[in-house]
Design a protein around this ligand. Structure first.
Ligand SMILES: NC(=O)c1ccc[n+]([C@@H]2O[C@H](COP(=O)([O-])OP(=O)(O)OC[C@H]3O[C@@H](n4cnc5c(N)ncnc54)[C@H](O)[C@@H]3O)[C@@H](O)[C@H]2O)c1
Ligand SMILES: [Zn+2]
Length: 365
């Protein structure tokens, strides 16, 4: 079972970044022959002194592998760079990789570690809100393959995920909002009480103390689901809500002048997939309106006007929930309850996407 640790006490004391730096007090690094930290240049610059202190306390020489920053680099080329550096650093099967960053780093680093010499241990230290509430937990690792989001990957758990909410202090507002989209997803699928909390004010006005509680609840919901159905044969499929259309919009937007952050694409996906749930009679209009309001209050979807509906729809064929040419959707039934394996006529999907792109969504429900 994957362990995870949330640094509530330290946050309450307003002490900075204690848990990562002091990780060697709770985790035994002595069993490893070698340690390296995987991150990107912007993060190693912001957290240089914390990273140096961590290595000193763990009793290892400072070894950092830096990747290019951005979703467009979550690809095989960067994985090869990691493998090459690990060989250069004389990594063996008793070595440890520490993924220090957002979901791009934990997804790619987990994949690189799990395939290096048939698999070495890795630890996730998520620094973005999105990675703290979702990506760094639950054991899905992946890279993108061309425009196919997370097309190649493995299910494999990190040894540990260390969550220190104080890292979010240096996150740009847009990335905070992006992270909240996955929290909102957990609320819509599982937890109407969490939804009411999120609905109580704009996402950006939650304090760090409130954020700690929100992260804690979100992690609990994610971990419980992932543990019950690690390989996503049933219940875990619910977590894909918002991601079928979301991934298609994300992949298309990455090639455009206005790339969406992952969470922004998920928020858009949740909006449109909730409309689909209404059209097939699954979701009541009143519940839909609650979902629409909270998304519209917190997100503006600034898409490149050049994006074509046909290109978005074409990408749906690579969705991982597809079986025998049918897409199986995970959709809300109410705020706090969802179902998986739902079929929807292609014409309905096309019309919901079309009407959104035409800015004519009023008539959908
Ligand atoms: N494996 C899973 O279960 C899972 C779940 C959800 C999302 N994901 C994946 O996660 C990725 C999205 O993660 P993300 O939103 O963290 O993206 P990201 O890793 O690209 O991070 C977003 C940006 O924030 C910066 N950043 C991160 N932490 C920071 C900090 N503390 N201070 C300042 N800047 C910081 C990053 O450098 C980057 O520029 C996608 O690839 C998505 O597919 C995976
Ligand atoms: Zn996601």
């Amino acid at each position: 079972m994957q362990q995870f640790l949330i640094n509530q006490q330290i946050t309450k004391l307003h002490c900075d970044l204690g848990s990562f730096v002091k990780l060697s007090e709770t985790f035994d690094f002595k069993v490893y022959s070698n340690i390296a930290l995987l991150s990107n240049r912007s993060l190693t610059k912001i957290y240089q002194s914390e990273i140096e202190s961590f290595f000193a306390q763990a009793g290892f020489a400072l070894q950092i592998i830096e990747l290019e920053d951005g979703e467009q680099f979550k690809d095989l080329k960067q994985v090869q760079k990691v493998w090459k550096e690990l060989f250069n650093l004389k990594f063996d099967r008793h070595s440890l990789l520490i993924n220090f960053g957002g979901g791009m780093i934990s997804d790619l680093g987990g994949f690189a570690a799990a395939t290096f010499m048939r698999g070495i241990d890795f630890i996730n230290v998520p620094t973005s809100l999105l990675a703290q509430v979702d990506a760094a937990l639950g054991g899905k690792t992946a890279i993108n393959f061309g425009q196919i989001k997370n097309g190649i990957g493995l299910f494999v758990n990190p040894k540990l995920t260390v969550i220190d909410p104080t890292f979010t202090k240096s996150l740009p507002e847009r990335e905070i909002l992006s992270g909240f989209a996955e929290v909102l997803k957990h609320a819509i699928i599982f937890d109407s009480k969490l939804f009411s909390l999120l609905d109580s004010k704009p996402f950006l006005s939650f304090s760090l103390e409130e954020l700690v509680k929100i992260i804690d609840r979100s992690c609990f919901l994610k971990m419980k689901t992932a543990e019950q159905d690690f390989l996503e044969k049933n219940q875990r499929k619910l977590l894909n809500f918002g991601h079928t259309l979301g991934h298609a919009f994300e992949a298309i937007s990455l090639k455009s002048k206005k790339p969406l952050a992952h969470g922004e694409a998920v928020a858009l996906g949740m909006l449109l997939e909730s409309r689909l749930a209404v059209t097939i009679g699954l979701l009541a209009k009143a519940d839909y309106l609650q979902i629409e309001q909270i998304i519209n209050r917190n997100y503006v979807f600034d898409l490149d006007g050049e994006i074509k509906v046909a290109d978005v729809l074409a990408l749906l064929q690579f969705d991982k929930k597809k079986k025998a040419n049918e897409i199986y959707w995970s959709l809300p039934q109410a705020v706090g309850r969802a179902v998986y394996d739902q079929l929807i006529p292609e014409s309905e999907v096309e019309s919901v996407v079309n009407e959104f792109m035409l800015g004519n969504s009023k008539n959908v429900i």
